[in-house]
Design a protein around this ligand. Sequence first.
Ligand code: ARG
Length: 471
Amino acid sequence: MAKKTDQDTNSNLWGGRFEGAADQEMLVFGASLPVDMNMLPYDIMASIAHATMLGKQGIITADEAQLLVKTLTEVGHDIAAGKVELSLEDEDIHMAVEGELIRRIGEVGKKLHTGRSRNDQVVTDFRLFCRSACSEVIDALLGLMTDICDLAEANIGVIMPGYTHMQKAQPVLFSHHLLAYFWMLNRDLERFEDAAMAASELPLGAAALAGSTFDLDRELVADALDFVQVAPNSMDAVSNRDFALDCDYACAMVMMHYSRLCEELVLWSSDEFGFITLADAYSTGSSIMPQKKNPDYAELTRGKTGRVYATLIGLLTTMKGLPLAYNKDLQEDKEGLFDAVQTVLDCTGALDGMLTTMQVNSERMLDDAQSGFMAATDLADHLVRSGMPFRDAHHIVGQIVHDLEKQGKDFRDLSLEGLKAYAKEFDDLRLVDIRHVLEGHDTFGGTSTRRVREQLELAHTLIADYDESAE
Ligand code: ARG
């Protein structure tokens, strides 16, 4: 069981306090180094800001600060390039970087950790990671949102059935349906902006939990790292992971939206619907059934929603009942979020590919839209506008549907006389024309072509605003 390392004594950076050697299995169990690699650039960035501040404050000399900054940059590059052999005895990225620094510049390297603890260090790195991950996801979302707009624009004339209860309800523009996802993604984008803002508070200077005895200039470090504020309570600073939960939540929400869109892609690409045909590159075959073309990637994206939700629930559970301040439980905060962010990015790419390469079967959609008695509500509305109480109008139209259905017919088979036989107020056959019905839904946010074009313009303006503010 408990194997001892080769060393007689504990060679960790905290070895002074220890007599016995470390247990190899426990070192592996406690290490976060493999997971931490995502934070390497941020660990270097934060250490550079810290060292520079130590120099400015005269806590170390200017020359020492300069040497630290220079060597930190080199260590960062070399670790990233795989040129530094890392050992699990380093436990995490902070110890690995500091250990390598000391190996390279000795005494000066040992001064970096002055006025700092890994407790404020790790959460600073993690905040920097979150902020940059949010902006990467925002860029990806903007790409997908732009492609959804282009698709909506290119297919503006396509009519499809709109559903409630998965039953045909009223005709809508395919573009209107697509743009519903634009607005979901826009809310997601805002959630990532909020999460980035939540991450933008500097914990460094909180040290282990109580603040530092050194005259640290926290504002200076905050400015160097582009944080908008300094954490006002050192205990909260080292134990707060709300920002990570915000990011987890934003990931969970976007995956929920992706899973809904993917579900529709799966349905629409089925023989039964036939509304779209996914490109070969975004479908897979069956190893046994030669005729199959499966929407695997849409299903996989839908399925990956589970692991992203798990990340949110996992961290919420880790945080529950955790006493102040730092506890090692907090090391469990990162792996899930790294995975969730990567999953969102991967799924965004997959969805973008599926949408931009799929074939839109407009005739099939139109045919389906015409066959489902979807003009019924509008027919009743017409009677109401002619003075009939809605309940009576509803009854008359219900009867028309009932009669047609019995004969295996639909609204397309009606003549004006046939329609008039039910109510003299029916004065125009266009009342059952699906495009006429659709164009009648002209309230702001409705599905008429005019309103969908208006919506597209709004969407374009939003994207242009985002692009401008990013410049
Ligand atoms: N690897 C640790 C983490 O991810 C860093 C902080 C460790 N601090 C400590 N006191 N053990 O949380």
